[in-house]
Design a protein around this ligand. Sequence first.
Ligand code: HPA
Ligand code: ZN
Length: 325
Amino acid sequence: AALDAFVAGLPKAELHLHIEGSLEPELMFALAQRNHIALPFADVEAVRAAYDFSNLQDFLDIYYQGANVLQTEEDFYDLAMAYFRRAAADNVRHAEIFFDPQTHTDRGIPYSVVIDGLWRAAQDAQALNLSVSLIHSFLRHLSEDAAFDSLAMAEPYLDRLVGVGLDSSEVGHPPSKFAGVFAKARDMGLMLCCHAGEEGPPEYVYEALDILEIDRIDHGNRSLEDPLLVARIIDEGLTLTVCPLSNHKLCVVPDLDMHPIPAMLKQGLKATINSDDPAYFGGYVNDNFLALTRRGLISKKDCVTLALNSVDGAFLDPDRRDALR
Ligand code: HPA
Ligand code: ZN
């Protein structure tokens, strides 16, 4: 309990959170009812029972299905506000959240509906002592042309976005597939993030660095297989947004006792702890810290380092960063 209070007391930033992955089964049912959508589950318990994944794709199939209940601006607002309240309760003071526009626009929901709902919630989060930035994420199992179309939809809303990301099925969809659209996003003034080395090989992390020229690495676990790559990431000062409970649920690590966060810190990588898709993986950011502290994998001092890394790795202006340190 002393450890819980210590972790809870640390001001922190959450840098790897998919807002669609914060959809709790209770809200999924409430939105299904509000929008007259039939769910393939009898009740909330049946939904939770279905969250048993053996890899990333298993999860993605059920995650995209869950997102179908999101229809109106109010739905996106309610989804985001629920996460912001939960994050604020964990003493998250700044959140940079991914959203997957193509998951919604491809089923006929206008981009404006998605971003207006998320943006209004982001404004209201200020009352929770929480600042929020939005990251438009491309689905890598779709084409680069589709990503260009999605970025075009974002153009009228550029002042509401801090960056772009790349998520969904990693293996077979390397970063190089999106070289053109990432170059364009950079020219538009956006920061660049990329999921790499979650299931994909170290080569994908190299591509994210060399070809996309990213500003932050999401996951990056498999970088540890290549000492030269580790040295390169350290040299470039890049932050890794690591997600312990996600890694366990998606079998990226066989056991939480073998989680690579301690090795990352030991080698001098700027690792951070994040929740990824907390409604699906069984815990918010403090739960992710505690999963490692309770196993004796990281010390209190490590927790402080990880929390400071999250503030340092955020896309924040210097004044806001100083206020959070
Ligand atoms: N990896 C890839 N795509 C995703 C994830 C993830 O962890 N979460 C939501 N989309
Ligand atoms: Zn993710």
